[in-house]
Design a protein around this ligand. Structure first.
Ligand SMILES: NC(=O)c1ccc[n+]([C@@H]2O[C@H](COP(=O)([O-])OP(=O)(O)OC[C@H]3O[C@@H](n4cnc5c(N)ncnc54)[C@H](OP(=O)(O)O)[C@@H]3O)[C@@H](O)[C@H]2O)c1
Length: 323
């Protein structure tokens, strides 16, 4: 697997990051261990987790399985509690304990919160770095203006700047093309992408109009059914193109993200070793510009109109975001 430079840090990390949100959720510790081992064997060096996953239990599980492999991994985790100073400084200690390590490579604010104070946040993140508990800091789900505002505060005070924004991006959710990706290109910000498969909609397991497969996230998460009915034609065309290219849909969707302008790396989230093996084929799948454009064109209706899901849109519009 190729490595890429992680934004302004100069660090080399694998061009695909392993997401662990399903560890301890739909895969137990033994299967998670097999996934991690296989990913490392394939040359993957970047692992993403969060204190929020399983309310700390995913970090616990990772701490148990990483063991002596810690130094082979560029490990990222995220603040669990609020965005006040005490939450940031206590959350890192709890994460380090669960992860059984003395430092993470990257520490992220998971979500903006209404009433947040960017000055307090940047100072607290700087404290975490100067204490040696994180090498770099960043954020997730930040609109571009908030990223720039936070780094202006850091620069003014001589504090550690944010180097990474982790955001949702895929063939359907493309709102970040408006501000976040151009900002990243201009300022050399590392952009890590979660949800490259649109929560599995682009994995081949869902067919527009068909019942949700047993055990899939589509059974409980209504967003999956809603996307399938809205973008059914696009999904059908996408699945046909995967067939035509003789590749797995999960690899195709991941490769599209990986080769999209402004992206540093996709985060591959899997529930089993089998899924990892198919998704990692994205590492060797090189799309031509024409193929990349054709895929994009299948979802022209989504383009920039389809904002990223969840709380992302409302938070972008929240006039009282900063307290
Ligand atoms: N910063 C944030 O706010 C945030 C939010 C969400 C996620 N994340 C990070 O991003 C990672 C990826 O997010 P995500 O899980 O939502 O991404 P995703 O790639 O959109 O969806 C992953 C899901 O797709 C299905 N899948 C994956 N590979 C497959 C394959 N080869 N064949 C068939 N199905 C396949 C699985 O669904 P089933 O489980 O149904 O089988 C899997 O859970 C997470 O692990 C986490 O590290 C960050």
């Amino acid at each position: 697997m190729k490595t890429i430079t992680f934004g302004s840090t100069g660090e080399q990390v694998s061009e695909i990051c392993l997401g662990t949100m399903m560890f301890g959720n739909s895969c137990d510790q033994a299967e998670s261990d097999r996934i991690l081992s296989s990913a490392l064997d394939a040359g993957l060096t970047f692992v993403d987790t969060a204190a929020m996953y399983g309310d700390g239990s995913t970090e616990d599980l990772l701490g148990n399985i990483i063991g002596a492999r810690r130094d082979k991994i560029f490990l990222a985790t995220k603040v669990h509690k609020g965005t006040d100073s005490e939450s940031i400084t206590t959350s890192i200690d709890e994460s380090l304990l669960r992860l059984q390590t003395d430092r993470v490579d990257l520490y992220l604010i998971h979500w903006p919160t209404v009433g947040m104070d960017p000055e307090e946040i940047m100072q607290a993140l700087h404290t975490v770095v100067t204490a040696g508990k994180a090498r770099y800091v960043g954020c997730s789900n930040y609109p571009a203006w908030l990223f720039a505002h936070s780094n202006a505060i850091a620069t003014k005070n001589g504090w550690t700047p944010l180097v990474n924004n982790q955001i949702p991006y895929n063939l359907v959710e493309r709102g970040v093309e408006v501000e976040i990706l151009p900002q990243a290109a201009a300022e050399n910000i590392a952009i890590t992408v979660y949800r490259p498969l649109l929560m599995g909609v682009l994995s081949g397991k869902y067919r527009p109009g068909a019942a949700m497969p047993d055990g899939s996230r589509g059974v409980d998460d209504t967003r999956i059914g809603a996307w399938l009915s809205r973008f059914g034609d696009g999904v059908d065309g996408f699945l046909s193109m995967a067939e035509e290219l003789d590749t797995h849909p999960a690899a195709l969707a991941t490769a599209w993200v990986k080769q999209s302008p402004g992206i540093t790396c996709p985060i591959v989230g899997v529930s089993s070793l089998k899924q990892l093996e198919t998704s990692l084929a994205a590492a060797t799948l090189e799309l031509s510009t024409e193929q990349h454009d054709r895929l994009t064109g299948l979802f022209e209706a989504a383009a920039v109109q389809e904002e990223c899901g969840g709380a992302f849109g409302p938070l972008r519009r929240e006039r009282a975001l900063l307290g």
